[in-house]
Design a protein around this ligand. Sequence first.
Ligand SMILES: O=C(O)[C@H]1O[C@H](OP(=O)(O)OP(=O)(O)OC[C@H]2O[C@@H](n3ccc(=O)[nH]c3=O)[C@H](O)[C@@H]2O)[C@H](O)[C@@H](O)[C@H]1O
Length: 261
Amino acid sequence: MHLAAQAGVRYAMENPGSYVHSNIAGLVNLLEVCKNANPQPAIVWASSSSVYGLNNKVPFSERDRTDQPASLYAATKKAGEEIAHTYNHIYGLSLTGLRFFTVYGPWGRPDMAYFFFTRDILKGKTIPIFEGANHRTVARDFTYIDDIVKGCLASLDTAEKSTGSGGKKKGPAQLRVFNLGNTSPVPVTDLVTILERLLKVKAKRKITKLPRNGDVQFTHANISLAQRELGYKPTTDLQTGLKKFVRWYLSYYSGGKKASG
Ligand SMILES: O=C(O)[C@H]1O[C@H](OP(=O)(O)OP(=O)(O)OC[C@H]2O[C@@H](n3ccc(=O)[nH]c3=O)[C@H](O)[C@@H]2O)[C@H](O)[C@@H](O)[C@H]1O
């Protein structure tokens, strides 16, 4: 399971090299080692919903176009999917890419909106909430970490063996891509309302135009393929997931850094 990456859509404009280094060079390094191994391992790795980019056909299906990335981050994840195709084709590596949709929860990433909104609401700091052109709502298919973990484990359980060894292909191998989302997009303004209720603090909201730095207006996963092939079935709505996150956050940052999970 390969989850190491430079993540985040907006940071790609500040440090583009780190995305090329981790998401492209890092992936190729890993695949080089795997292809030469004997036996070759099967690999499950993290792609991203951001590969759908400017695609506006919703919900996003694995068959939809992914050739219009809106950020360098998305472009490096898309490149990863093409690189996976190459290593599968030439060396018989079994590869599964998982397109994660805005994953959140305890022990999450502090650079993500739900996380720093929580921090800034508690500090009384103003939070910028993006809206699209003509005041259109920005929404995400926020997906809770425990549901994602189940999808990851099911991908590992159903991964077929690689067919090559020692750098030589011996037959066709499995090549898969799955959406792992929640299938229930929620406007970012609703996310903030839920946080306000859970934190019992009113947020200082500043509605701002969606910057042209890679953010897309809307994500929504079609998960029928993952449902069929992996038995993937997310069960956590945003309200329930954020409740668990806030409980963890308050416990983790209340001095002793002891998280109850
Ligand atoms: O699924 C993915 O493919 C990606 O998911 C995540 O990206 P995003 O969906 O963009 O999450 P995140 O930054 O938390 O912004 C959430 C929402 O808040 C809005 N947003 C954000 C910042 C802000 O200041 N204001 C705001 O309204 C913003 O417009 C957005 O609507 C991962 O970071 C990324 O690694 C990748 O895996």
